[in-house]
Ligand binder design. Structure first.
Ligand code: EPZ
Length: 416
């Protein structure tokens, strides 16, 4: 099994180019199967989750052809199957978007229950509630979600909880429903907006994505479109925190700085230097940095997907920091791994209290999930000595060329 060997205490200096957003790509790709023509998607990240969704599309009967390493042509014009119950579907969480997409196009969909990172209960009740409100009959049988409708009819849907997945999934289904659907208490994440923009380019009529009320006037068909995925907010944030944790000087390129506001505010509070440009941010840091409090929230709040990386940084800041995880019930499993490297953390439910230590020490640790894996790399970069990280399959799911991007800025990371 592959592992990463990281030799620590290397200051990162240089530039890094951010790839297309994983969580946008894994929603936009299933949306492409709704179109009866050929779609072209640009700026797709070269990561395992994207490969997995492409395999799903091909197994359904579509074709995926790369024009170059980041531009993909998707052809579902001859029609595809509505039943996705094979292994790839179970591997990743975002497979649930095939439910909304296939239900929109065929008014029937069968999709195996999705897997993905494990941080407590990950229900999809709000997705199913939304499909039912649109007129579908939904049942769960032998690990497969089955949804059928004679027709989908627009309606008003209030999300009991802000959910990225449920907002996007219901938006997909409502795009080809009869009449108007209103989603209230919608998620506002950049990937919700990106999916709506792509659907609109295919001829959908969606207004309000990025606010908490989305209005969708159903259309009967979607036409082909060419679309570029937005930059990855979480990958960008990971490299920004990497600059801070190594006392480095890094320009993070190809980003939308506005998406980084909640992180830049927190880094500035810690005394990290931030210089915002049109499509990049320069991050400079001189240790010691100050411990602070961070609460995760849905966008535009501080993203839960940067919580583990931030915990690594706070572990070597001066003083006490308090992290509050408001999105997932159990996203601190990685703390045991950070402790192996010398972090002093006390976890009580959703609150983690971190006492800063002067430095990490290298150890053998595991990536317990995707962002936890990113946190291990960051801690290892700042650590004295060598760190070996296993569980690479998680990291490869969401970070393109991870060791190459870090090594180009002076890190010493080898895949062994
Ligand atoms: C998306 O997951 C992301 N995944 C996650 O990123 C991210 O952590 C999460 O949003 C929050 O930002 C993708 O976009 C593929 P939610 P999602 O529905 O859509 C509860 C990463 O590391 N909920 O917004 O599954 C749920 O339990 C991944 O890149 C219900 O109760 O998250 C959670 O507490 C990991 N019922 C909260 O809502 C539902 O039907 C937010 O979940 C759905 C969700």
């Amino acid at each position: 099994m592959e592992k990463l060997l990281v030799r620590g205490k290397k200051r990162l200096v240089g530039e890094v180019n951010i790839s297309g957003a994983k969580n946008a790509a894994v929603a936009v790709l299933p949306a492409a199967v709704m179109c009866s023509g050929v779609s072209v998607l640009e700026n797709l990240p070269d990561i395992e989750d994207v490969a997995c969704i492409c395999t799903t599309i091909e197994k359904l009967g579509g074709t995926c052809t790369y024009r170059d390493s980041h531009t993909l042509e998707i052809d579902c014009s001859k029609g595809i199957a509505y039943s996705a119950t094979f292994e790839e579907v179970e591997r990743i969480r975002a497979s649930y978007y095939f439910l909304g997409a296939l239900l929109a196009r065929y008014k029937k969909a069968e999709v195996a229950m999705p897997g993905g990172c494990n941080f407590g209960k990950r229900p999809i009740d709000l997705h199913l509630k939304g499909f039912r409100a649109l007129g579908a009959t939904v049942i769960e049988e032998d690990g497969v979600v089955k949804a059928y409708a004679d027709k989908l009819v627009g309606t008003s849907i209030y999300m009991d909880q802000v959910s990225v997945g449920a907002t996007i999934n219901v938006m997909l289904a409502a795009t080809m429903a009869e009449g108007t659907t209103t989603i209230e208490n919608a998620a506002k994440e950049p990937h919700v907006v990106d999916t709506a923009n792509y659907l609109n380019m295919m001829g959908a009529n969606i207004k309000g994505a990025g606010t908490d009320v989305i209005r969708i006037k159903g259309v009967s068909e979607l036409h082909q479109a060419q679309y570029a995925i937005i930059p990855d907010q979480i990958e960008a944030g990971t490299y920004m925190i990497a600059a801070a944790i190594t006392g480095g000087d890094v320009v993070v390129n190809n980003i939308i700085p506005k998406h980084m506001d909640s992180l830049t505010a927190k880094l500035e509070e810690m005394n990290v230097g931030i210089e915002e440009r049109d499509e990049s941010i320069r991050v400079t840091a001189t240790h010691p940095l100050r411990g602070i409090d961070v609460k995760t929230m849905s966008y535009p709040g501080f993203p839960t997907d940067l919580q583990p990386q931030m915990a690594a940084l706070l572990s070597i800041c001066v003083g006490k920091s308090v992290l509050t995880e408001n999105v997932w019930e159990n996203r601190y499993q990685y703390m045991d791994e950070l402790r192996k490297m010398g972090a002093k953390v006390d976890v009580n439910g959703r609150v983690a209290t971190i006492e800063g230590v002067p430095h990490f020490v290298g150890a053998e640790v595991s990536a317990t999930d995707l962002r936890a894996g990113a946190a291990m790399i960051l801690a290892a970069l700042a650590a004295e000595g060598e760190t070996i990280i296993d569980g690479l399959r998680y990291i490869d799911r969401g970070y393109e060329n991870v060791e190459h991007k870090f090594n180009a800025m002076g890190a010493d990371i080898v895949r062994i």
